[in-house]
Design a protein. Structure first.
Length: 204
């Protein structure tokens, strides 16, 4: 199964991506994680991406698209994948569609995690990661950067919802609730774990 997980920063995409990908037995591919690993490893890609990430801006398409193309060409992604954090612009979505088309494939479903903005700001400002046993705040989770990332999401990524809806691929999931509740809604929308009776995508 080939799935895209869409949703604003703080919607719980990373957590849900890991669980859902495990249920589907496909790799969870997070462009944010790949960028962060490159920043930590001080690779050329990481050095190029860091300035944009620190500012809460999107990394330019020429960097992002080449990276995703390479990742999707790896053997573990051949039979399916769950993309977390990609695509983030209509141009990226079009590129993804044509890359998959060239491989004779297409997306099966796009899941959008829906959370209102007030809740997102609350979640992001309290969010911490564990690095070397220490709880740290991501640089881009600082309040001013959070506000900017949400604006970038509204302007550049939110239009993907309509794009995928018009392709008949979109399922919108209410992402307020426990991790387990949100996972159950997502799996139902994917037709896994029983699914809904019509076999159609669920909506909020
Ligand atoms: P995330 O962990 O998905 O919130 O991503 C963290 C940061 O990585 C974003 O704020 C962007 O700077 C960069 N990034 C991740 N995915 C993409 C993408 N698809 N296009 C452009 N930049 C991205």
């Amino acid at each position: 199964m080939r799935v895209v997980l869409l949703g604003p920063p703080g919607a719980g995409k990373g957590t849900q991506a890991q669980i859902i990908a495990g249920e589907l037995s496909v790799p969870a591919i997070s462009t944010g994680d790949i960028f962060r690993a490159n920043v930590s490893g001080q690779t050329e890609l990481g050095l190029k991406a860091k300035t944009y990430m620190d500012a809460g801006d999107l990394v330019p398409d020429e960097i992002t698209l080449a990276m995703v193309k390479d990742r999707l060409a790896e053997p573990d992604a051949k039979a399916g994948f769950l993309l977390d954090g990609f695509p983030r612009t209509i141009a990226q979505a079009e590129q993804l569609r044509s890359s998959l088309h060239d491989l004779g494939n297409a997306l099966d479903r796009v899941l959008e995690l829906v959370v209102d903005e007030e809740e997102l700001v609350r979640r992001l400002s309290g969010r911490r990661m564990v690095v070397d046993g220490q709880e740290v705040q991501r640089d881009d989770d600082k309040p001013e950067t959070v506000r900017h990332r949400l604006k970038v999401y509204r302007e550049q990524t939110a239009p993907l919802s309509g794009f995928y809806d018009s392709e008949g691929l979109l399922a919108r999931i209410d992402a307020i609730g426990s991790v387990e509740e949100v996972t159950a809604r997502a799996l139902r929308a994917l037709g896994v774990d029983g699914g809904d009776e019509s076999g159609q995508p669920a909506s909020v």
